[in-house]
Design a protein around this ligand. Structure first.
Ligand code: PLP
Length: 646
């Protein structure tokens, strides 16, 4: 548990059981848990291949309940004479089943949706059925967007058109007048309070979105001149996602509260204060203001919003607003777990070297001597010696003074020196700077059945950290340290940054792969001539890794690099007798991804058929071979884009 810090980031949903498997408690502390490893095994028996995205609807429900409970508690604590009515930003995860679940789970709290674009507005209009819930209309708008939002009032929605650009103001005034519909309007303010970390650029005077204060005043004037200033009811801001420091949130609320009361004073009919997103989650469990963590909890967040807004309104003897938040990450991240398998590993040589023979080359003797004498006193010096001898060996080889076998022996000696040095370094409290990279250099490469670009794009694009760990064998010491290399033919397709306490570590503790049937015996040592990971695969026991907290943003931002498509996804509900699979959403087939790039599968098959006929004519292929090729080709088209390791 300590190694992977699961208690820190996983509570109350994820833990480790006595069998060494990850368990999922989708309802938090309120009952029922599942063994994730057993669940994956049983899903595989249902022909659901890995990588597999498992969504736990009960976690989603729990997140919504928690957020609402925190605001309810804060409202009671500060005797806030108003209410809270949150919305879910559809951009975080647009998958239909998820949005439908969200709307259903949010009904008791009149939880609404936020749309940031026209297609998201389409989703929200058709999905949101909760009377009185808000439909916050953000993003850039054209006439069609505005008209649709206005007309939504006629079918019972409560759309708030949030003005983000001055150009939108005359469009709204004109459309409202033409349709004879009184709009509910909001303005998005560009706060001076800046967010922190990865998404901090969402605020500040030069931020991409929102209106500066002079622009807000201009907007008020235009609405006043058109006689619809009373339609302006909401103030919105968003200072960025994953705000890790509570101080930044407080500053933003304070600034926004002042704008809110000023707008009221100017004659706007202010009713709502929409604090946007930003509520962070703890990816590394450190509970600090490190970017992958946060130094506050959901309750602190709600308390600060409620208290600050109340104070600002009381000071001006103004009624308090209905509080709105647009938390996406905090609602959607925990509900899905991505499980993927390891195809094979590649390790640096570690076998005990053959003892020094008579008359070996001086460079080999030097390396052997270094290797034999490494100890706690001299391990740093030994590292530099070994490095220098290796460099010399390479030069000697290039100049023709060392044979291939001698060079290979020099390299092997170098690696075993590094192993010994690293073992000593790991026992020390302080690791000298020059040895810091050694851990990384010596890391095993675990080849995983996954596309980082498709399933965890933020890991690749912005070095976002996600907790990753094996979902089984956690009762065994993980004796290897590795990085993860994905299936794509791209050197960026790897994960080489992992959570640590308030920090990032470059290797992940993992287990050696086991041969089938090897369960209780010791692992087979590295063979001197490791087979390629792909050749090795069939004889290995499955080794499953889980990537957690990636339920927000990742799915939709994932791309089709190398044409690895959407992964299989299942929705799991807890039942009194265990669980039920509510939905299975099959991942992309090859035919589908090829279709995205305008290939017609029938044309493709026809082209291969023609080529085989031609080859038959010219006796380059047998009839049997041509049939096998065609069958494989046709079958592949309806198959998953990932490797099938069953
Ligand atoms: N609201 C707006 C306007 C956003 O741009 C975003 C995302 O950045 C969100 C809400 C959701 O933010 P978060 O996921 O931090 O809750």
């Amino acid at each position: 548990e300590k190694l992977y810090r699961i208690q820190g980031w996983g509570e109350p949903y994820f833990s480790i059981n006595a069998a060494g498997h990850v368990t999922v408690s989708p309802k938090g502390d309120r009952g029922g848990s599942l063994d994730l490893f057993e669940l994956v095994e049983s899903l595989r028996q249902r022909n659901l291949g890995l990588p597999l995205l498992i969504r736990f609807s009960d976690i989603l429900e729990d997140r919504i309940e928690r957020l609402n409970a925190c605001f309810a508690k804060a409202i009671a604590r500060y005797k806030y004479p108003g209410t809270y009515q949150g919305v879910f930003p559809v951009k975080c995860n647009q998958q239909r089943h998820l949005v439908e679940d969200l709307v259903r789970f949010g009904q008791p709290y009149q939880f609404g949706l936020e749309a940031g674009s026209k297609p998201e507005l389409m989703i929200a209009l058709a999905t949101l059925k909760t009377p009185n819930s808000l439909l916050i209309c953000n993003g850039y708008k054209d006439q069609e967007y505005i008209e649709t939002a206005l007309l939504a009032i006629r079918i019972g929605h409560k759309p708030v058109i949030v003005l983000e650009q001055l150009e939108e103001v005359p469009l709204v005034i004109e459309a409202a007048r033409r349709l004879g519909i009184e709009p509910i309007l909001g303005v998005r303010a560009k706060l001076t309070t800046k967010g922190t970390g990865r998404w901090g650029e969402s605020a500040g005077d030069r931020a991409k979105f929102g209106l500066t204060l002079p622009e807000i005043l201009n907007c008020v004037e235009q609405l006043g001149a058109a006689g619809i200033l009373h339609s302006l009811q909401l103030l919105h801001f968003h200072i960025g996602s994953q705000i890790s420091a509570i101080g930044v949130i407080k500053d933003a609320i304070r600034e926004a509260s002042q704008i809110y009361v000023e707008l009221s004073a100017l004659g706007a009919n202010m009713h709502y204060l929409d604090v946007g997103g930003g509520l962070a989650i703890d990816y590394d469990g450190s509970k600090t203001n490190f970017y992958a963590s946060k130094n506050y909890n959901m309750q602190n967040y709600a308390n600060d919003i409620v208290a600050e807004v109340k104070e600002a309104c009381e000071a001006r003897q103004l009624g308090v607003p209905i509080l709105v938040s647009e938390s996406g990450r905090a609602i959607a991240s925990h509900q899905s777990v991505l499980v993927f398998d390891v195809l094979g590993t590649s390790d640096v040589p570690s076998e005990t070297p053959v003892p020094l023979q008579e008359k070996e080359h001086l460079i080999i003797r030097n390396l052997w001597e270094t290797y034999s004498n490494i100890n706690v006193e001299n391990y740093q010096e030994a590292y530099h010696d070994a490095l220098q001898f290796l460099e010399e060996a390479k030069s000697l080889f290039s100049l023709g003074y060392l044979s291939l076998t001698q060079r290979a022996r020099a390299e092997q000696l170098y690696w075993v020196c590094c192993h010994k040095i690293l073992e000593i370094a790991r026992t020390q409290d302080y690791v000298p700077d020059d040895l810091e990279d050694l851990e990384k250099t010596m890391a095993s490469i675990y080849y995983v059945n996954l596309s980082v670009f498709q399933s965890v794009p933020d890991s690749w694009a912005i070095d976002q950290l996600f907790p990753i760990l094996p979902i089984h064998r956690l009762d065994e010491e993980p004796t290897r340290r590795g990085i993860l290399a994905d299936l794509t033919c791209d050197s960026d397709g790897k994960i080489a940054q992992f959570i640590d306490l308030r920090d990032v570590k470059s290797v992940l503790e993992l287990h050696p792969l086991r041969e089938v049937g090897e369960r209780d015996s010791s692992p087979i040592p590295n063979s001197p001539n490791p087979k390629s990971p792909i050749q090795n695969r069939q004889s290995k026991e499955p080794y499953y890794l889980g990537l957690f907290l990636a339920g927000a943003y990742q799915e939709i931002m994932g791309n089709l690099h190398n044409l690895f498509g959407d992964t299989n996804a299942v929705h799991i509900n807890l039942t009194p007798r265990g669980y039920e699979i509510e939905h299975v959403v099959k991942g992309d087939t090859m035919k589908e991804v090829l279709g995205y790039v305008q290939y017609d599968s029938e044309d493709l098959v026809e082209s291969i058929r023609r080529s085989t006929e031609q080859a038959l004519q010219e006796n380059r292929i047998t009839l049997e071979e041509s049939q096998l090729l065609l069958q494989n080709y046709e079958k592949s088209l309806s198959r998953y884009t990932y490797l099938n390791c069953q």
